[in-house]
Design a protein around this ligand. Sequence first.
Ligand code: TEU
Ligand code: CA
Length: 531
Amino acid sequence: MQKNWWQKTVVYQIYPRSFMDANADGIGDLQGIISKLDYLKDLGIGAIWLSPVYQSPMDDNGYDISDYRAIAEEFGTMADMDELLAEAEKRDIKIVMDLVVNHTSDEHAWFVESRKSKDNKYRDYYIWRDEPNGLKSTFSGSAWQFDEATGQYFLHIFSKRQPDLNWENPAVHKEVYDMMNFWIDKGIGGFRMDVIDLIGKEIDQEITGNGPKLHEYLQEMNHATFGGKNLLTVGETWGATPEIAELYSAPERDELSMVFQFEHITNAYDDEGEKWDKKAFSVPKLKEIFAKWQGLEKGWNSLFWDNHDLPRIVSNWGNDGQYRVQSAKAFAILLHLMKGTPYIYQGEELGMTNFPFEDISQVNDVESRNMRLERLAEGYSEEDIMASIRRVGRDNARTPMQWTAGENAGFTDGTPWLAVNPNHQEINAELALNDEDSVFYTYKELIRLRKHNDWVIYGDFELLDTADEVFAYLRKYKGKKYLVVVNLSDKNNQFSTGFVCRELLIHNYDELTDISRLNLLPWQAFACEVE
Ligand code: TEU
Ligand code: CA
């Protein structure tokens, strides 16, 4: 059994633009993050995954990088970055950097050169063809953009300002590894690897994810950079199955620590279709997917509900009205007592909700805006499009962090780049810290439980057979058993077991004693050591 710091820790994701603004320009920044490190220390997290802070024209909020060794002016300077690393280290918090190497910005010096002429030294850093094939961009439309200067098309799986790097070119590997070592030498805690499953693509066969050379590249990267340095490396791998996840994360393969798989996000539905259309959340499917992933033997997995691309869990699958607090706690308890490394997305620990977007002028996200144009052309109504954006648009996660009930939620003294959710008067960190029943303290307690109990990290997982909307499981470790029960519903549900609760570990309603026969209240959740 592998035992590493990154299996025991809890990671907190910061989306810098929306976390804390220290200089009143309306945009979150590195000094803002530094000012909130004590808050994160109090929560108990051991690492921060920092979404990109590199120099960027911000077409996709920093996932379009124009210089990997410089900090975006609006976020601060390299001196601020060094200060963040030092201040975090003082608090035993590691900084995990976002690594975006499937593509760069079109303003990156390599691409500026590459598009100049067919014989430019950097031409083959990117993917050029005389004719486009059928590959589609994740952000709508063809993945090919015609470039006047040389009369060829370049590939962009994301926005047309994010040209894909050509991983068939060994020079690209070397540039990337040198850059990674530059950051490793600064003392970072690891990398979150953006769409890393795409770098092995076979363009002419229209294979993008999980291409044939992917694992060879990752082993090479491991050996050339972070291998043997005990860093956390997590790959964003949309199409991963448990078998594929083992290829990435089995320790003897020298690839990554763990993956973000998305099956629970994309497949826990009774209806099919694109993310914009799916509505019918299915608890039985969610249970089935988690049970399968908890069985992962040779590798390691991450656990998450939210990130900067996803809607807020309490709004998406919970109840962000009457049962906001209970349902936020229910999802937290359900996830954090499973096997894997948990990730908390900023504001999740407060039970932050989706934003009531009414009009496209309130939306910044390139994915949502492109989808709207595509769907308008296909005949969808503006109303239907806005309903999809309200439900799952990425800006739901990107509205500013809610620190106080004051103006702009204490996020900025200027005008925020994206509107603050009007509910910040009831949902904010200041109130949460002063209320021992807040969602914040459930997260804090879950982090504490993990830190002090090896069963949370290493125990075996067994799904229990229950009513459809009840998600219950046992963890077994060194002869002891731990029961986790969650009612994922606005309604009461019956739950009977032969178990006796020896010690109640966490709960989201008043104390409970006899667990052998329960009438679970809406979103009720608890964990017990049982016999
Ligand atoms: O996301 C990968 C990705 O595929 C997402 O665009 C995803 O499909 C979509 O957001 C789900 O609705 C990563 C980053 O997390 C994302 O923020 C970037 O936009 C993208 O890569 C390009 O770098
Ligand atoms: Ca700022």
